[in-house]
Design a protein around this ligand. Structure first.
Ligand code: SAJ
Length: 420
């Protein structure tokens, strides 16, 4: 551990901030977590976790019990600050950095010369430098005689996969981009205490773009698979078989088609590159459009399958944005279920989602939607639409559940190779 950094204030105790705060608390730092959501603060202060992430709960419980992790709704003075707040996009798909600005304003009164501010939130290029400009405006007393900010600023993008956060926080390589080389070195001393992967130092803008590139790379590759699914469907070829065979080539690795791309990262971050260079980011923009169009294509398959049906019962398997998590944010499955419920108002939609106990608000109050168990949905449904490849579904046998091939639209290719 660095001799200089002993206390850390993490701003934003969500999917990234809370695990990061916990791991830091377990590695010799006195950590305070700050979140604007009082319910989040109360849960953490009681040693519990307000969302599902494997293994996190036990770590949080230990860190809080040991006194190394505390939480409140206000920032505190610390040697280092880690900003881990959301960066969504606005309606016109331009980045919304207002949460980062609010976090910067909140910590500004507490900053001291020599302290370190790390931006972990995925950010458009130049945002870390922007944080520096906000701090300069708010705290001119932190500017030295050479017109340099005496606060060190770095970007250290998170790269962990939801569902594997506690593993990947430790094992993934990290990129640290300093606004100055000294800031990168200071930030490294923090991450080196728990990160077993390699830590790569660079400048802040490069680190920001590298993070966006990672998620855009995945989005473009998923778009390729999703486009193949449409083409294969028209040609009446099994897309999963095509991909499986193509992937036997030593330099080919096509990803898997699905009902669309969800989550708050891959469906968002590519737009930050498009915003930064709209005239150049043609492939990245098209990939987003291909993936965003997939839910409507699934809906059209449902419509075709139910043509002429009176008051159909439709089972929708899965609501989360990917398997085995309870995160419904930006989930294509969720938007498909809402669209099916809108369209078949005289029918019923039986939602099966093993990771939640109550439907999200926009579905809860609809008379034609209910949350049921898999066996019940299979027994009652005229049509089964498989939207998420949850473990429970992968392990189930559709024929044992009484689901016939012509009753199934399998958007993940786990049950029926020929239905997409
Ligand atoms: N998906 C497919 N086909 C595939 C793979 C994924 O349709 O072959 C879909 C998923 O079902 C899901 C979406 O893509 O709806 C995104 O899921 P994901 O597992 O690819 O990624 P995320 O959003 O959970 O996490 C990503 C990761 N980035 C990369 O893998 C490059 C993670 O490492 C990042 O930390 C995270 O974004 C983030 O926070 O930015």
């Amino acid at each position: 551990m660095s001799l200089l950094i002993r206390t850390v204030n993490v701003i934003g105790m969500g999917y990234i901030g809370l695990p990061t705060a916990t791991v830091l608390a377990e590695n010799g730092f006195r950590v305070h977590g700050t979140d604007v959501n009082e319910a989040t603060v109360s849960a953490i202060s009681a040693g519990s976790v307000p969302f599902a992430e494997p293994d996190l709960a036990a770590h949080v419980e230990r860190a809080v019990r040991s006194g190394e992790l505390t939480a409140s709704s206000r920032p505190v003075e610390a040697h280092a600050y880690v900003i881990a707040v959301p960066t969504p996009f606005l309606e016109d798909r331009t980045p919304d950095v207002s949460f980062i600005e609010a976090a910067t304003r909140a910590i500004a009164p507490h900053l001291k010369g020599g302290c370190l501010v790390i931006l972990e939130s995925t950010s458009p290029p130049s945002t870390t430098e922007k944080v520096g400009r906000w701090i300069r405006d708010l705290r001119p007393d932190l500017i030295d005689d050479n017109d340099s900010l005496t606060v060190q600023l770095a970007h250290c993008p998170e790269r962990v996969l939801p569902g594997r956060v506690m593993v990947e926080l430790i094992t993934n390589d990290r990129i640290i981009g300093g606004v100055t080389p000294d800031a990168a070195i200071a930030a490294r001393s923090l991450y080196a205490t728990f990160c077993d992967g390699d830590i790569h130092l660079t400048d802040a803008r490069t680190a920001e773009l590298a993070k966006l590139v990672e998620n855009s790379y995945r989005d473009v590759n998923i778009a390729f698979a999703n486009e193949l699914a449409l083409i294969a469907d028209r040609l009446q070829v099994d897309v999963w078989e095509v991909i499986r065979l193509a992937n036997r080539h030593p330099r080919v690795n096509v990803l898997q088609p699905g009902p669309g791309v969800g989550g708050h990262c891959i469906a968002v971050d590519p737009w930050f590159i498009v915003d930064a260079a709209p005239d150049l980011a043609r492939l990245i923009r098209t990939a987003r459009e291909v993936n965003d169009a997939k839910p409507s294509w699934v809906l059209s398959k449902v419509r075709n399958a139910l043509a002429g049906a009176d008051a159909p019962i439709i089972a929708a398997l899965g609501l989360s944005f990917k398997p085995d998590i309870d995160d419904l944010r930006e989930s294509p499955a969720r938007s498909i279920v809402a669209a099916i419920a809108d369209e078949f108002t005289g029918g019923r939609v039986l939602v099966v989602e093993p990771n939640i106990t109550a439907l999200p608000s926009e579905l809860k109050n609809r008379r034609n939607v209910e949350l049921v168990a898999l066996a019940e949905a299979a027994a009652r449904a005229d049509l089964v639409v498989l939207l998420v490849d949850h473990r429970d579904f992968r392990l189930a046998d559709p024929s044992a559940l009484g689901i016939a091939v012509d009753q199934l639209i399998d958007t993940r290719g786990i049950w029926s190779r020929l239905s997409r």
